[in-house]
Design a protein around this ligand. Structure first.
Ligand code: SF4
Ligand code: SF4
Length: 208
């Protein structure tokens, strides 16, 4: 079976949000300007196919937007994603990664992947799960009145499903594209031509 069409994947995730919202209209707090999730993912990595989508997106933005994103991406990402702007909005929204699109949905994950402080964690794309050890979790803001573990299966995304989807989409990339996951900030800085401190240091050592 070939790789799914990326548009179909995005539509399927949107449809999952609609399904959950129709059944539990008050359960999802996800909306524009809510960005606690983005503010916690300083070191988000992306798959090869996601990096390509982001590069293509950044190649077609105008000069003013490019200058704005250069300023954003030049910050250190100590606490949150470099693409989160001062209005708590995603600056690459049309090209945001798979995991960002699924933020907020209930998802099935291993219990020992929960944060050590016991708070519920955000979805991630990689990881190996054993069926008997899975739990359903979601953003700490969502499903405050309905227990995620009691939701029917059709309302829950599966971490393994996202992993396998990501791998199929990666497999469809040209063979010369690396399949390694890359830091989102590195993809963005490279595409915007921003030289990092590390790269500057490496260049000065080379030039000596
Ligand atoms: S996942 Fe949580 S923090 Fe992120 S937009 Fe949804 S409710 Fe807000
Ligand atoms: S890419 Fe966008 S949606 Fe994803 S974490 Fe960064 S700001 Fe949030």
């Amino acid at each position: 079976m070939g790789a799914p069409r990326i548009e179909d994947v995005w539509e399927a995730i949107d449809a999952a949000f609609t399904r959950v919202h129709d059944r539990h209209p008050d359960a999802l707090m996800c909306r524009s300007g809510c960005a606690d999730c983005c503010g916690k993912v300083a070191f988000l990595t992306v798959a090869a196919f996601e990096a390509q989508i982001i590069r293509r997106y950044l190649a077609q933005i105008d000069d003013a937007e490019r200058a704005r994103l250069v300023t954003l991406a030049s910050r250190k990402e100590e606490t949150g994603c470099v693409m989160l702007d001062d209005d708590a909005r995603c600056s690459i929204y049309p090209a945001r990664p798979l995991v960002c699109r699924a933020f907020g949905l209930p998802y099935r994950v291993l219990p020992d992947l929960a944060w050590p402080d016991g708070k519920r964690r955000l979805p991630v794309v990689d990881g190996v799960l054993e069926a008997e050890e899975q739990v359903v979790d979601t953003c700490f803001k969502n499903f405050m009145t309905v227990r995620p573990n009691e939701l029917p299966a059709e309302m829950v995304i599966h971490q393994l499903g996202l992993t396998s989807l990501s791998k199929s989409l990666d497999a469809a990339e040209p063979s010369d594209v690396s399949r390694e996951r890359t830091m989102l900030s590195a993809v963005i800085r490279e595409a915007l031509g921003i030289e990092t401190d590390d790269a500057r240091e490496e260049r000065s050592l080379r030039d000596e």
